[in-house]
Design a protein around this ligand. Structure first.
Ligand code: SF4
Ligand code: SF4
Length: 325
């Protein structure tokens, strides 16, 4: 239906590498944004720059250049070309290597400062009216949230069936299934908010399944593929719908429970050279912690390092501090 829709301003490489489709310009901008975000994270007044970096990344990668953030699938697939097509291998590592290097240096700055999908989910939490509903513990609001999630689930299933591919239903619909899983996990969270930590642990199991599917040689798509790659893949669009709609009920549910890239980055948390930790004299309450932290990584006296996105909002609120190793 929308197959011919094009929204990228630049379709060709701006700084082609050796007359190929590889664009060094994208790499330089990505590198520069990560560097800028890292410095801003460490700077006391840098927090004000976060929306700016998020907006620049959003516009640049979604509307300007034709470059996908496929840091995992592309890399795994490109390994098959080692010794055969070095350019393809380089292409696969193009995003992943700087991403890992900067994550080790500055924590998950990609998530909180650059990722367009994280940015889009976060927006709901910034709208005071939606935020009030999201955080309201009243039983009738809880029922309303559950009802909305059920409606989103059925809408996603309807879209999935409506736009299902003519061939391989499962293989070509992985992004949709991951979107549906996001809604289900968000529903479990609404039913029992105390299970958040346990649900978060599930992301490693889901990452394993996701990687296993890729190792089988299946071309897995993600909810962000359509946006970044300018390709109308219906599975990816259904996944995107599910992820964004769910984020209006449970903040950043995709980032908390499923995102394969975020889960991979969180596995490195022990090795980050910068840590965010709750101040010893912090007097923050549970309710205040919920209002500050999108992903519920912040508690009264502790911080879940593997879930923290390094947005620095809790540091700004005086609850936490940055520690450099
Ligand atoms: S967890 Fe995934 S979607 Fe969320 S901000 Fe990080 S990379 Fe982006
Ligand atoms: S713990 Fe603090 S820095 Fe980490 S995601 Fe929550 S508010 Fe942001």
């Amino acid at each position: 239906m929308f197959e011919n829709l094009k929204w990228k301003l630049v379709e060709r490489p701006i700084l082609p590498i050796g007359n190929t489709y590889l664009d060094a310009f994208v790499f330089l901008v990505f590198f520069g944004l990560l560097f800028f975000a890292g410095i801003a994270l460490k700077n006391k007044r840098g927090i004000g720059l976060r929306p700016f970096v998020q907006a620049v990344t959003f516009v640049f990668f979604i509307f300007i250049v034709h470059r996908c953030f496929c840091a995992l699938r592309g890399t795994i697939f490109s390994f098959q070309d080692i010794g055969k097509n070095d350019l393809n291998v380089f292409n696969g590592l193009f995003i992943l290597v700087p991403l890992i290097a900067f994550t080790l240096l500055f924590g998950r700055i990609f998530c909180a400062w650059l990722c367009p999908l994280g940015f889009m989910q976060e927006v709901f939490f910034r709208v005071p009216f939606i935020k009030r509903i999201i955080l309201d513990p009243a039983p009738r609001i809880k029922r309303l949230r559950l009802l909305l999630l059920v409606a989103i689930f059925f809408a996603a299933v309807f879209l999935l069936l409506e736009f299902r591919p003519k061939t391989f239903f499962f293989v070509q619909n992985i992004a949709s299934f991951w979107g549906l899983a996001t809604i289900i996990l968000a529903g479990l969270f609404v039913l029992n908010p105390g299970a958040d930590l346990k649900l978060k642990k599930l992301r490693y199991f889901l990452l394993f399944i996701w990687l296993f599917i890729i190792f089988l040689g299946i071309f897995v798509t993600d909810p962000w593929c359509a946006l970044y790659g300018n390709e109308i893949d219906y599975s990816s669009l259904v996944g995107l719908f599910a992820v964004l709609a769910t984020a209006a009920i449970v903040p950043m549910a995709w980032c908390r429970y499923l995102c394969p890239l975020g889960s991979s980055l969180s596995l490195m948390a022990k090795f980050f050279q910068i840590k965010i930790k709750v101040k010893k004299d912090s007097v923050i309450s549970k309710i205040e912690a919920r209002q500050i932290c999108y992903v519920q990584a912040l508690e009264e006296k502790a911080l879940d390092k593997s879930s923290c996105l390094f947005c620095k909002r809790c540091v700004e609120a005086g609850a936490s501090e940055i520690e450099e190793l």
